[in-house]
Design a protein around this ligand. Structure first.
Ligand SMILES: [Zn+2]
Ligand SMILES: [Zn+2]
Length: 418
């Protein structure tokens, strides 16, 4: 299928006209074969492909055969992460080039989009797995010297997502992509809550578009586990749509909320040791936890126990969990402005019923767990090697990894006990 970008560029119901920089998105069987024509049309002379040894086998060699003379940067997948080291490995091998071609999943894409931004060259995306929603994003989510950061980068000018390639990816990668997609449930509610309480800009069309994609994918979960082409294609479509939503809004607000903050916290290893799990796996578990808490918080908001706390600002004593001085400094900078300062307590009191209704729109934790399991993704802390006992601390600490209003952060304005 060809994503109708022209339709999305039309003036929107939210009053804005959304910006989309990607020029072409194809999600279909044989899409990779469209790459040579694109290179020719754009008159690129020195394309360079970035891949790793696994994605070279899965798709890179096909691309190399189609484009004789293409430069190849093939990374060792062992210990490869979206961090300063991966970027340095690409930079080390990159000589002349006028376009980069990312052939891989999330890590290869993040390293490529960052490098493309630095070099001032465009890049083309050939995703080899439906594993993350960041393929068309304008920013790269990277760990930069231990701190999980959103780095400036560029969106691809074209995406050629070939079903024959990504539907054959290891099932664990597709299941992880489903976790990332399902995370929209809390991300979108966090965004809506921001709109409800502070009047923050919100786009109903984009929100609806994302929820539709999540629903369609949720109806084909057996297919994700079995690598069914249709199910994987729908998943890729949903993930790309989520990335487009970020591009259209200009930041990750429509795709990342409390569930991603939990995942980022665990990646930063402030309260835990290294977690050997994919991004979407951590997001899925984060979502299950956030969903449980949001439902309990909704009950609390409607109960006679509901009371505002004497919150006095960022809990600096909690931030000492970030032991690395550089990481701690970054966290402090992130929290120099407290998103809770925008909240009028009287408004929170008077809109607590509406907020509770919003929170209940997130499917209950058991339902989230059931969906994740059905797709073959982890659903509980133990599944990703973390202790269940870490939940309350993670929930308290994780809102501080980003300067963003989430319902998890809002809890701090009340006496609700995590
Ligand atoms: Zn809009
Ligand atoms: Zn994500």
């Amino acid at each position: 299928m060809k994503v109708d970008l022209e339709q999305l560029k039309k003036p929107c119901s939210c009053g804005r006209t959304h910006d989309i920089s990607v020029e072409e998105i194809r999600i279909e069987s044989g899409a990779a074969a469209l790459l040579p024509r694109w290179i020719e049309k754009k008159n690129y002379r020195k394309p360079v492909m970035v891949c790793d040894e696994n994605t070279y086998e899965a798709a890179g060699k096909t691309v190399a055969a189609m484009l004789p003379g293409i430069g190849i940067i093939c990374l060792d997948p062992k210990g490869l992460h979206a961090d300063e080291r991966a970027v340095a490995l690409v930079a080390e091998k990159l000589t002349e080039c006028d376009v980069l071609v990312a052939v891989g999943a999330g890590t290869v894409h993040d390293a490529t989009r960052y490098t493309a931004h630095e070099r001032g060259v465009p890049f083309i995306s050939v995703p080899t797995a439906a594993s993350v929603d960041g393929f068309v994003s304008t920013v790269a989510a990277m760990t930069w010297y231990g701190y999980k950061k959103t780095m400036p980068a560029v969106a691809p000018e074209a995406v050629f997502a070939d079903t024959d390639i990504f539907s054959k990816a290891p099932v664990r990668l597709s299941a992880s992509g489903f976790g990332d997609l399902l995370g929209k449930y809390t991300a979108l509610i966090d965004w809506k809550a921001g709109h409800l309480l502070t009047g923050e800009y919100f786009c109903d069309t984009i929100c609806g578009m994302e929820l539709d994609a999540v629903r369609i994918v949720s109806e084909n979960l057996d297919g994700i586990r079995t690598g069914d082409a249709y199910a994987c294609e729908q998943l890729m479509y949903g993930l790309i749509l989520s990335g487009l939503a970020m591009q259209m809004i200009g930041n990750s607000r429509p795709a990342s909320g409390a569930e991603h903050h939990l995942s980022h916290l665990w990646e930063m290893e402030a309260v835990n040791t290294h977690v050997d799990a994919y991004h979407g796996e951590k997001v899925g578990v984060g979502l299950k936890i956030a969903a449980d808490i949001y439902h309990r918080f909704a009950d609390y908001l409607e109960s006679s126990d509901f009371a505002l706390s004497d919150y006095k600002g960022v809990e600096t004593e909690l931030l000492t969990y970030f032991a690395d001085p550089d990481v701690k400094k970054q966290i402090e900078e992130e929290n120099a402005v407290d998103p809770l300062a925008d909240i009028d307590r009287a408004v929170l009191s008077c809109k607590s019923g509406e907020l509770a209704k919003l929170l209940r729109k997130v499917p209950a934790g058991e339902e989230i767990a059931m969906l994740l399991k059905k797709a073959g993704a982890p659903a509980a802390m133990e599944d990703i090697g973390l202790s269940e006992e870490l939940v309350p601390l993670s929930a308290r600490l994780s809102p501080y990894v980003r300067r963003r209003l989430t319902c998890m952060r809002l809890i701090k304005l009340t006496d609700f006990v995590l």
